[in-house]
Design a protein around this ligand. Structure first.
Ligand SMILES: [Zn+2]
Ligand SMILES: [Zn+2]
Length: 242
């Protein structure tokens, strides 16, 4: 037995992995995040969706058409996909992670994201993963960037570089909560700046964020990257408001 496995084995006995939602001991081991009961409450996002923004079409089995929002105002990213719906146990866990500053929960959510199969996105064509940056003031307040923690788990799974120095958030914005789509777009406009254009130009980049709400933040990031010369930008988020 490799020493590392041995210590993990000991630590699992002393500190067994617990369900993020109900704290029940997980029988299936540390790769699981929720117990079967809580996992059943999660809506995994599969099925037909808008090929660009990824909004699901629950009533349309052949959903290969753009949604009204993308038809009216095409985003700067080529495609956005999320693993799960932003509600119930997922919403609570993301709040624990971000506002309760619970890194263990964050690591578990990152495993959930990395374990999800984004079936219609060819990740092989991408060169690097870019987490949505936080403003330095927010980063100091929180102590970590939740998107970077998620990005690292994906980078590890797909053996892809995580480049957190390409984008900088130079405009401090108040929370987007409570704002509608137009207000969010206005609030976030011009918030990001590209730092290393030579590492952006002609590259295919994957942006990572924790939650896709209206897409305003992620679209502003994608706009900054594309205007700097990125070939294409795709977006993966852990959760999405449906
Ligand atoms: Zn549970
Ligand atoms: Zn759409």
């Amino acid at each position: 037995m490799i020493l590392n496995d041995f210590f993990h084995g000991i630590s699992d006995v002393l500190f067994p992995p617990l369900c993020l939602a109900c704290a029940e001991v997980l029988a299936s081991g540390p790769q699981e995040v929720f117990c079967p009961e809580c996992r059943r409450q999660i809506t995994f996002i599969t099925g037909s969706c808008c090929p660009v923004c990824g909004i699901i079409f629950p009533d349309s089995p052949s959903g290969n058409h753009l949604c009204g929002t993308c038809l009216e105002n095409r985003p700067w990213f080529t495609s956005a996909r999320a693993a799960v719906a932003y509600d119930g146990v997922i919403l609570d866990a993301i709040h624990q992670f971000k506002y309760g500053r619970n890194i263990t929960t964050g690591a578990a959510l990152a495993r959930l994201l990395a374990g999800f199969d984004f079936a219609d996105i060819n990740l092989g064509i991408f060169d690097a993963i870019v987490p949505v940056p936080l403003h330095i003031k927010r980063l100091r307040e929180r102590g970590f960037n939740q998107s970077l923690i998620l990005a690292r788990a994906l980078g590890k799974k797909y053996s892809m570089d995580v480049d957190f120095s390409l984008l900088k958030r130079h405009k401090f914005t108040l929370t987007q909560t409570g704002l509608d789509k137009k207000e969010r777009e206005k609030n976030i406009s011009g918030a990001f700046v590209a730092v290393l254009p030579e590492r952006i130009q002609n590259r295919n980049l994957i942006l990572i964020d924790d939650v896709y709400t209206t897409g305003a933040t992620i679209n502003e990031c994608a706009k900054t990257l594309v205007k700097t010369g990125a070939n294409q930008v795709a977006v993966l988020t852990l959760a999405r408001v449906l």
